[in-house]
Structure formats: structure tokens, C-alpha cells
Ligand binder design. Structure first.
Ligand code: NAP
Length: 260
């Protein structure tokens, strides 16, 4: 299926690895030119080079912390303040216990996983409205549907972003701009490896055993792949997705036993 977005320009945040990279690759495969971002310059430059070479699109890497105002300004300057597609993403807050988080911890989490995505939408969606076409995908988490207690900082920030999008997506849809959220369950990225390592260390088992136990809780009996995640993202950015607005699409192999 041709997604009809060849020649569009996308910003994909936090995209040198993992789910962000999966989204960048899937968009590039559809002929979308990219600006990609991450903090570490070396991995980002390498990723940009590999994607440009494989898909013959332009890929501009911008090394910056997307959760800071200065980082976002740097990325927006390279974009010339304009993009057709925006994929919001950043690393998740650390786990912990509700009794230990102070105001600064909450502000950091909200900055990273809520306000930075909102700021980029505020910067780029007006241009999409003016041009009568745009797509925004925010990478959130399955924890939006089923909060994970030790990830309370993430639950808090992502719930806030989800609430914002629920209202805003319906205010911009009449201008051809579709804003949606993608909710990853467990995917095979560095983050999954570090979660499994943590479980292995605390339970006195190997990392492979920790992974096998986690996989057994997922109906597909496997972790998701960044490529599959990227394909779903590219579809939400397609012409065909024009009637999908303000949704929270769960990609979790059926792990959450929920009906809606
Ligand atoms: P990952 O494999 O650890 O990749 C993270 C990517 O984001 C890297 O390219 C990293 O590069 C970049 N990054 C992190 N913080 C950044 C920042 N402040 N500014 C710019 N770039 C940043 O993570 P992932 O598994 O793809 O996860 C992506 C998001 O989905 C996270 O918010 C995570 O919490 C959420 N999530 C993931 C899963 C899962 O199973 N993988 C499940 C639920 C939710 P640098 O470090 O060089 O900046």
C-alpha cells in the first residue's frame, strides 16, 4: 500500500535507536525526508547515514536534548520552523516509589514526557494547519491504559499528555491535521534489555530467563519489534489515516486484557 506521503518532511525525536528509529525508518521507506534527533551525536550520525543510504531520502541529524528549550530551538532551527509530520518521543522517567518522588522529580518527568511534546506541537502544528495537512504521533506507553505503580512519574506525565491530546486533536482535525498517540507495550529495545537485566539481578536468574518469563505473559509470546512499531507509526502518518483522530493505539501483543 502506498501511504501517499512521499516527499513530506518529518521530525522524529529521540530516534537514534529503539522505537524512534523504527518510526524514522518506516517513514523513510515511504519516501519521507527526515530530521532526526537524539542527545548522543555518534549513534545519531550513524543512524542518519544508514537511513539515508538505505532509503535514498535526506536525513538531517540534530544532536540535542529534546526535553530542553534550547534543544528544541536547535531542532526547530534546522527544520526552518516547519514539518509535515511530527513524531514526539524521549526517554522515559526512572522507576521508583511514590513516597520518594519530590517536586523536582515530577517537574523533570512532566518536562520530558509531556511539556516537550506539547511545545513541539505548539511550534509545528500551526504551520500544518496553514498548509491544510499534518500528522502528529506521540509515543507514550501502555501504562496510559494500565498504569505500572513503580513508573509513577511516567504514569503522571503521560496521562497529562494524553489528556491534552484528547482535546487538542479535535480542535485541529478540521484543518487536515491528525494527532494520535501510540502506546508501546514491551518492545525489544535497549530499554527492554535494561528492564530484563534489573529483574535478573534482583531475582538471581539470568537475563534470558527474565526475558522468557516476561514473554510468557504476552499472548504473542514475543516482544514487539521496533520495525513493527514504526510501520504502525507510518500508517498513522499516511493519507489513509485522515479519519483517525485523538486515538490511543496500544501495541502490546495483547498483553493488557482490556476490551476498549
Ligand atoms: P531506547 O531504545 O532506550 O531509545 C531511546 C532513544 O531516545 C535513543 O535514541 C536516545 O538517544 C533517545 N533519547 C532519550 N532521551 C532523549 C532526550 N532527552 N532527547 C533526545 N533524545 C533522547 O528507548 P525505547 O525503548 O525506544 O523507548 C522510547 C520511549 O517509549 C520511551 O519514552 C519509553 O519509556 C517508551 N516505552 C518503551 C517501551 C519498550 O518496551 N521499549 C515500552 C513502553 C514505553 P540518546 O540517549 O543518545 O539521547
Amino acid at each position: 500500500m502506498d501511504l501517499g506521503i512521499r516527499g513530506k518532511k518529518a521530525l522524529v525525536c529521540a530516534a537514534s535507536k529503539g522505537l524512534g528509529r523504527g518510526c524514522a525508518e518506516a517513514l523513510a521507506a515511504e519516501g519521507v525526508n527526515l530530521v532526526i534527533n537524539a542527545r548522543g551525536e555518534q549513534a545519531l550520525t550513524q543512524t542518519a547515514w544508514e537511513i539515508a543510504d538505505r532509503y535514498q531520502v535526506t536525513v538531517e541529524p540534530v544532536a540535542a536534548d529534546i526535553t530542553t528549550e534550547a534543544g528544541r530551538a536547535k531542532v526547530l532551527a534546522v527544520l526552518g520552523g516547519q514539518a509535515d509530520i511530527l513524531v514526539n518521543n524521549a526517554g522515559g522517567p526512572p522507576p521508583g516509589h511514590w513516597t520518594n518522588w519530590d517536586r523536582d522529580d515530577f517537574i523533570r518527568a512532566i518536562d520530558g514526557n509531556m511539556l516537550s511534546a506539547i511545545a513541539l506541537m505548539q511550534a509545528l502544528v500551526p504551520g500544518m494547519i496553514e498548509r491544510g495537512w499534518g500528522r502528529v504521533v506521540n509515543i507514550t506507553s501502555q501504562s496510559v491504559r494500565s498504569p505500572i505503580a513503580q513508573l509513577g512519574l511516567s504514569n503522571t506525565a503521560r496521562a497529562g499528555l494524553t489528556g491534552f491530546v484528547a482535546g487538542m486533536a479535535r480542535q485541529v482535525a478540521e484543518h487536515g491535521v491528525c494527532v494520535n498517540n501510540l502506546l508501546p507495550g514491551i518492545h525489544d529495545t535497549d530499554r527492554a534489555t535494561s528492564l530484563d537485566t534489573g529483574v535478573a539481578e534482583s531475582s538471581g536468574i539470568t537475563r534470558d530467563e527474565a526475558r522468557a518469563r516476561r514473554q510468557a505473559t504476552i499472548p504473542t509470546r514475543s516482544y514487539g519489534k521496533a520495525d513493527d512499531f514504526g510501520a504502525a507509526c507510518a500508517f498513522l502518518c499516511s493519507q489513509q489515516a485522515r479519519f483517525i483522530v485523538g486515538q490511543n493505539l496500544l501495541l502490546d501483543g495483547g498483553a493488557l486484557n482490556v476490551t476498549v
